[in-house]
Ligand binder design. Sequence first.
Ligand SMILES: Nc1ncnc2c1ncn2[C@@H]1O[C@H](COP(=O)(O)OP(=O)(O)OP(=O)(O)O)[C@@H](O)[C@H]1O
Ligand SMILES: [Mg+2]
Length: 380
Amino acid sequence: MIRIDSVTKRYPDGTVAVDRLSLDIPDRAITVLVGPSGCGKTTTLRMINRMVELSEGTISIDGKDTRQEPVNTLRRSMGYVIQNAGLFQHRTIIDNIATVPRLLGWSKDKARARARELMERVGLDASLAKRYPYQLSGGQQQRVGVARALASDPPVLLMDEPFSAVDPVVRKGLQDELLRIQGELGKTIVFVTHDIDEAVKLGTMVAVLRTGGKLAQFAPPAELLSDPADAFVEDFLGADRGIRRLSFFSAAGLDLLTAPIVAVDATAEQIARATTGTPYVLVTGLDGKPLGWSPPEELTAGSVDTARLLPYGRPFVAGEDSLRAALDCAVLSPTGWAVAVDGEGRATGVISQTAIGEAIRGAHEAGAGASGASESKALR
Ligand SMILES: Nc1ncnc2c1ncn2[C@@H]1O[C@H](COP(=O)(O)OP(=O)(O)OP(=O)(O)O)[C@@H](O)[C@H]1O
Ligand SMILES: [Mg+2]
């Protein structure tokens, strides 16, 4: 465990960048430092690997003060990733990734083999190995940065706004990749961002810092969203905190209706059975996948006129998605009803916005949602 104990950083000009900060950073999890510009995130990160020396307090790893260790040994146990990846422009991708193993004295072949393995792990095509950084997209460069930091298999990764410079789609891909890598490799990751959505998505624990380098709150993301410590944290979380929090509640418990669903070739009898008092009936293809909504009275036996169906928007996967995703489906649907599907995309049930609303109220009352979810990660 990395323990930051009452640490202060005063730069030579008198700026107090970090003020008596204490954090217990759990092993094999992602701890996110988030806060407005200038609040001391980078300074904190750099004090962990002693790129910046602290002024007061101690930082220890597994009980050992980081100042008792040679700084090179310390840094080798920590991969470091920054915005825009910070790659060596005159080295090929594969040699960028192999940098630390080479420094550690590995043979060229062994280091390159390791680099190739890592390229695959971070989702980089092997054909990019011989290119130079300027021949890669920003997102690809960022992946190289992650691979390079992982090269010597350090137990700790320090990441300073690694995904800030790429567009939202690439960024989401990189975030998902990081979560996957973390799940596989179990690294201890300290991740700096000023994006609260990124913090909530990635963090097992999230530290919110305020200007002046003071800790405002340190909590699992679900708890942050349900119980912000003060007005500053609440403000920082933004206006749609309630909606975001729904991503910590699973849609698995929703009471789905299965009756108002018919296939395009439904018989008069099947249509009669599907007409259960709901304002719309969901029509599926013969493969069970949703096609659209129809008022019950417009259904024609034997062959439903699919051209007249109302679009169903985007379905949610009941076993995987969150209440946030389910609500989003209902809100996007012109009928106000959401469609649940299984992993293969076959309709498994439907639910109204009102019923989802009731489930949300129930989840909030159970309140536990928050603490129960504190162990879990945000769902979609
Ligand atoms: N070398 C330095 N000398 C003096 N002051 C510094 C130095 N480095 C950083 N600071 C100041 O310390 C404070 C914290 O800086 P830091 O870079 O840690 O913030 P940050 O949270 O990473 O900000 P950002 O989100 O903009 O990257 C700022 O007020 C900054 O101006
Ligand atoms: Mg910074």
